[in-house]
Design a protein around this ligand. Structure first.
Ligand SMILES: CCC/C=C/C(=O)SCCNC(=O)CCNC(=O)[C@H](O)C(C)(C)COP(=O)([O-])OP(=O)([O-])OC[C@H]1O[C@@H](n2cnc3c(N)ncnc32)[C@H](O)[C@@H]1OP(=O)([O-])[O-]
Ligand SMILES: NC(=O)C1=CN([C@@H]2O[C@H](COP(=O)(O)OP(=O)(O)OC[C@H]3O[C@@H](n4cnc5c(N)ncnc54)[C@H](OP(=O)(O)O)[C@@H]3O)[C@@H](O)[C@H]2O)C=CC1
Length: 299
């Protein structure tokens, strides 16, 4: 499935990674690249049929001389007992956990004013609490004594996330969590960083938004300096870099992989309105009125 990795083959030989949401979209590309680099990967998410299909497909990438392997465990990261089971079963199977990629997550699109508490909580529990639980469990059960590397997938929420305020709040919180853990766990030899993807197209990501999906992704294109969408295979090399020894002095950082989208335009339209309070009267307001009088006929 994925293009061949630019990294040295065998880079992750003998290493063990957990990739949440590793069966679809960005997670599937990460899993594919880790496998090509010799890693033993455990993919974890809610739907067993997706996990089984990914194991079948991705195991075909493994060449017979490689130390790589792929297995799956059903885990809803919102549930503490299931996260505990994911970590315990990985340790039973492989005896170590070198890497954790917190990629599983998502949201629905809705104006904040229409969000129910249940919907808000579903998104916060998935993206913030789920990430916290996975980090804490992997740390307590393995990385505390052996070190390791964690990458958290967040989002382009640098100017807020109008239309998906719940996920903006959760991802900003994960960015901050990443910084706290980078300090708290440094003395265990744990590095932890975030990656903030721009608009990354995959069939599963699009289908999450039902009928709105195709339009949402298409509408993002003019706001991307590259004038095209990104693809999962453009996120996975950044994840592999941050996991690898090439990033041995990087912790607590966030890497934006968005072709500059976060610096540029927004899809959120603010209609013309006169709802704001008038500015304080004074010489500058008078001067602007004069300028506008002269400018108006030319506009
Ligand atoms: C340009 C694009 C940028 C893309 C960024 C990406 O991340 S792409 C990646 C995209 N990939 C993903 O996002 C993948 C993962 N995403 C998901 O699994 C879901 O989006 C989830 C996080 C909401 C969890 O859902 P779940 O079914 O496990 O949760 P649940 O059953 O426990 O409670 C859900 C509650 O949430 C509410 N609610 C839910 N949907 C809507 C809606 N459309 N409308 C309104 N509200 C909605 C509702 O209140 C519902 O309760 P109700 O009223 O039914 O009793
Ligand atoms: N595509 C994009 O433009 C962007 C994506 N992101 C983020 O990147 C990550 C991957 O998304 P992407 O690949 O695009 O979309 P996908 O919808 O393909 O991937 C989401 C994955 O998360 C898993 N998942 C969702 N909820 C849970 C849960 N509660 N427990 C365990 N696994 C869960 C899903 O599997 P299952 O349903 O089986 O549980 C699925 O594999 C997500 O966090 C997403 O929000 C961030 C910015 C932009």
């Amino acid at each position: 499935m994925a293009a061949r990795s630019v990294f040295r083959s065998g880079l992750f030989n003998g290493r063990v990674a957990i990739v949440t949401g590793g069966a679809t979209g960005i997670g599937k590309a990460i899993t594919a690249e880790l496998l090509q680099l010799g890693c033993r990967v455990v993919i974890a998410s809610r739907k067993s049929e997706r996990l089984e299909a990914a194991v079948d497909e991705l195991s075909q990438l493994i060449i017979s001389s490689s130390s790589a392997s792929i297995t799956a465990v059903c885990c809803n990261i919102r549930h503490e007992d299931q996260v505990r089971n994911m970590v315990a079963s990985t340790l039973r199977q492989y005896g170590r956990i070198d890497y954790l990629v917190n990629n599983g997550g998502g949201q629905f699109s809705s104006p904040a004013a229409n969000m129910s508490l249940k919907g808000w909580n579903a998104v916060i529990d998935t993206n913030l609490t789920g990430t916290f639980l996975c980090c804490r469990e992997v740390y307590n059960e393995w990385m505390k004594d052996h070190g390791g590397t964690i990458v958290n997938i967040i989002a382009d929420m640098w100017r807020g996330f109008p239309g998906m305020a719940h996920t903006g709040a959760a991802r900003a919180a994960v960015e901050n969590l990443t910084k706290s853990l980078a300090i708290e766990w440094a003395s265990s030899g744990v590095r932890i960083n975030s990656i903030a993807p721009g608009s990354i197209f995959s069939k599963t990501a699009m289908e999450n938004y039902k009928d709105l999906g195709p339009m949402m992704f298409q509408m993002a294109v003019p706001c991307i300096p590259a004038k095209r969408l990104g693809f999962p295979e453009e996120i996975s090399p950044a994840v592999c870099f941050l996991l690898s020894p090439a990033a041995s002095f990087i912790s607590g950082a966030t890497l934006k992989v968005d072709a500059g989208q976060s610096l540029y335009d927004s899809v959120w339209e603010i209609p013309d309105h006169s709802a704001w309070p008038a500015p304080p009267e004074g010489e500058n307001v008078c001067a602007l009125r004069e300028v506008m009088k002269e400018l108006k006929p030319k506009l």
